[in-house]
Write a protein of this length. Structure first.
Length: 292
């Protein structure tokens, strides 16, 4: 097998040498991939080298104070914020995508307007969402700086991402699946629930995981809506800080640089674990849908 691969690589290299433009493009692509990998490796390595030596049990105490600079309350609040934001955004996003792909005419003006609006909202900076949340949810709706205000703001922020990824996943399901179900006498709802959605689950789940990553790493919008109180939220209207906001707060003070690096390690590990779990689940869902 190695000889076959070597012969294939040599033949490909010789063919590229005969075409200078193809060789240049090939080298540029390889260089871009190497630069991307090197940048990611450098960032991850730098955070680990700077942060791991400063990890200590005091960082995981239940109560935050100026001595331990505990990150545990912020970590718990991050989990709360993620669950709340997904609870609000996922049903609306998936339901909207199902309507746009399965019920509305794909060439209808309303569908095109919704897609343009979704793409526009996906490109708005998070600070704009934060200002909107501060004006509408914090002030106008009277929620104040709270866990609920931050979660609602984040749900609006991730909604375009969930809608677009879900819509693409549904559109990738072959129309033959739908036609076959209709031919067997299945109705619209049964076809969507038992044929289309299971086939699109890996793509839908990938969009949800991307949304989780954005929630976990968000800080700008939450400073204006959830606040920066370093304690575990007692209820939905408690002012809190997430892990990203916690990093921003202690790094801005200039006194806890080492603890900031240690917090960055925990946040990095959290993101890596989420991505690994999501990849495993997506593969499992993909294999189950292909078996069916």
């Amino acid at each position: 097998m190695e000889n076959i691969n070597q012969r294939t690589w040599k033949q490909e290299w010789q063919s590229r040498r005969k075409n200078p433009l193809s060789l240049v493009l090939y080298l540029l692509v390889c260089g871009a991939a190497l630069a991307t990998f090197s940048g990611i490796l450098f960032i991850v390595g730098y955070i680990l080298v700077k942060g791991i030596p400063h990890l200590s049990p005091s960082l995981f105490e239940w109560t935050y104070d100026s001595q331990n600079v505990s990150l545990l309350p912020a970590l718990i609040n991050t989990i709360y914020m993620t669950i709340l934001a997904l609870t609000m955004a996922v049903p609306i996003g998936i339901g909207s995508s199902i309507y746009l792909t399965e019920y509305a005419r794909r060439d209808h003006l309303f569908v095109r307007v919704i897609r343009i609006a979704t793409e526009t909202l996906a490109g708005i900076p998070s600070i704009i969402y934060g200002l909107f949340g501060a004006l509408f949810f914090v002030k106008f709706a009277g929620m104040g700086l709270s866990l609920l205000s931050g979660a609602v703001t984040l749900s609006i922020m991730i909604l375009p991402l969930i809608m677009r990824t879900t819509e693409e996943a549904l559109l990738s399901v072959p129309d033959g699946y739908r036609e076959g179900a209709f031919a067997l006498g299945a109705g619209k709802i049964r076809t969507i629930g038992w044929i289309v959605l299971p086939s699109a689950l890996p793509g839908i789940f990938s969009g949800i995981i991307l949304a989780i990553g954005r929630i976990v790493g968000e800080s700008a919008a939450l400073i204006f809506t959830a606040g920066t109180v370093a304690e575990v939220a007692k209820n939905l209207f408690s002012s809190t800080r997430t892990l990203a906001v916690h990093m921003y707060a202690i790094s801005g003070e200039g006194l806890y640089v080492n603890q900031t690096y240690a917090t960055a390690v925990v946040l990095l590990v959290l993101v890596i674990v989420i991505n690994l779990i999501s990849e495993l689940i997506a593969r499992r869902l993909g294999s189950e849908s292909s078996d069916e």
